[in-house]
Design a protein around this ligand. Structure first.
Ligand SMILES: *Cc1c(COP(=O)(O)O)cnc(C)c1O
Length: 304
């Protein structure tokens, strides 16, 4: 059970146990809400939110795509995130801002309803498990395709988009896998149910272009690290068979961090354990988010 002391709701901190909403909340019925997933890590200078500005910017972009007006400024949301973490006394936590249409009118037009904004945070360990992080996970190519770019807005973190992700995730879990890999309608590999994908073959690291995928901030971080390490990198379409014969595969996301993949559709990937490039990037990523490398300290927003 997720537990916290306080939740931020429309400008004030309220008790976690009292953070309740009406059953006619428009977004509950129709899914037009936008959210973010952010992490705060303990560093030697205190807790720091990783790439907070970029996450808040994406929240506003998601809203913009959905015709939604968030009734707070970016800076107000940023301050509210700090306030919520401090009120709960967390040192390491996951942060979930969400903007959604409140109750009032029903029917598919949400625009006459008020936009509510909440920020919830809680202590959350490795999303795909501590063992997954260390030894790698098993994935299944989903029978569900990732949204076509003109069916759902793939660059927005919209609540309703995650029905597709959940179908894929549930299917993978029921079949004994840890995570789903989703193909686009043309059959090219896009991403996991909530993580971007990187594939390594013969020393070259590849990730699909940011067309039909969610433009992950972790993806962007990893690309920066790859470039700074002068590793060979390509942003290119990836086929399903290319995944099977990869030397290494890893998934990236704020929740999943950098999680190695050791098997896809009962084909062992590489040696069946996290490869050297994956381990190197994972190691570096954890140092970066924990403020251990000065060069990347500008990505940290210290909790004040
Ligand atoms: C949030 C999300 C990601 C990861 O994005 P980050 O910014 O790295 O957390 C990847 N894919 C999907 C579908 C997502 O919703």
């Amino acid at each position: 059970m997720i537990k916290a002391n306080y939740v931020w709701f429309n400008g004030e901190l309220i008790k976690f146990d009292e953070a309740k909403i009406h059953m006619l909340t428009h977004t509950l019925h129709y899914g037009l809400g936008v959210f973010e997933g952010i992490r705060c890590y303990e560093t030697k200078k205190g807790p720091a939110i990783f790439r907070n500005y970029e996450h808040i910017e994406r929240l506003f972009h998601s809203a913009h795509i959905c015709y939604m007006k968030i009734p707070f400024s970016k800076e107000e949301i940023r301050k509210a995130i700090h306030e919520t973490i401090k009120a709960n006394g967390f040192r390491n936590c996951y942060i979930r801002p969400i903007a959604f249409y409140s109750s009032g009118a029903m029917g598919l037009n949400p625009l006459n309803n008020k936009v509510d904004v909440a920020i919830i945070c809680w202590e959350w360990g490795a999303y795909l498990g501590e063992e997954g992080l260390n030894k790698g996970i098993r994935c299944k190519v989903s029978s569900f395709n990732r949204h076509h770019v003109n069916v759902s807005m793939t660059k927005a973190k919209v609540c309703g988009n995650y029905v597709n992700s959940q179908l894929a995730k549930i299917e993978a879990l029921l079949e004994g896998y840890d995570e789903a890999l989703m193909l686009d309608v043309d059959g090219y590999v896009t991403e996991g149910s909530g993580e971007n994908i990187f594939v390594v073959r013969k020393g070259v690291i590849k990730t699909p272009p940011a067309t039909g995928i969610l433009e992950g901030i972790t993806r962007d971080t990893v690309i920066r690290l790859i470039k700074d390490l002068s590793l060979e990198f390509k942003e290119e379409r990836i086929t399903r068979d290319e995944v099977y014969i990869a030397d290494e595969i890893f998934l990236t996301g704020t929740a999943a961090e950098i999680t190695p993949v050791r098997e896809v559709d009962r084909r062992v990937i590489g040696d069946g354990m996290p490869g050297p490039i994956t381990k190197k990037l994972q190691d570096l990523y954890f140092k970066v988010v924990r403020g251990e490398i000065d060069k990347y300290e500008h990505w940290l927003d210290y909790v004040k």
